[in-house]
Design a binder for this molecule. Sequence first.
Ligand SMILES: [Zn+2]
Ligand SMILES: [Zn+2]
Length: 220
Amino acid sequence: MGSRGEALEEVKEERPVRSEDYLALLYRLSEAGVEARLSVIAGELGVSAPTAAKALAKLRERGYVERRGFSYRLTERGLRVAERVVRNHRIVERLLTDVLGAGPREAHELAHALEHVDGLAELADRYLGMPDRCPHGNPVPARGSRRGLPLSRVGRGVYTVTGLGELRGALEWAGRLGLSVGARVEVEGVEGDHLLVRAGGSVVRLPMDVASLVYVERAG
Ligand SMILES: [Zn+2]
Ligand SMILES: [Zn+2]
């Protein structure tokens, strides 16, 4: 038997999602400039639309979330919670990469489970000397600011990656292309709603909504 023991599968149709996860997601969507429609929220959290709608209705009743037309946003009260969870997430990611040797992708997955433990994030924060960015280049709320521009908004040329938005599509593409903070990418042109990008030796057609979540600075 392996030292990790046997994993017990959750007996659930959908993975459990906490109220805090909804609020943190609304924060990340707003940060990325993505409209927080129900389908987007459900897709990011891996739940059905009715499940997400029910959870969001409860959060609205409790004053954490409001709805404008078809999109959801945080109230002041919701923002305070979301900032704490996102802050925890980004600090714990740094603990996982800088101290425990996790890769950025693995750190992100684990941080989703650990971001709800305030005490852990506080210890990590002190140990790491109050980092202002996560390993994906995203600012810790109320500390750093975003560096660079979205890849979708720059012209042809060679760039250095400064940040990767923490949404599913962007992290999946980044994993596939080996994109991480500090990597070089070359924008070769636009083809419909795709950006032609050379990364790691090959040219790929990057969907524009993904390109808008990859932040870059012109390479020096
Ligand atoms: Zn993350
Ligand atoms: Zn991160």
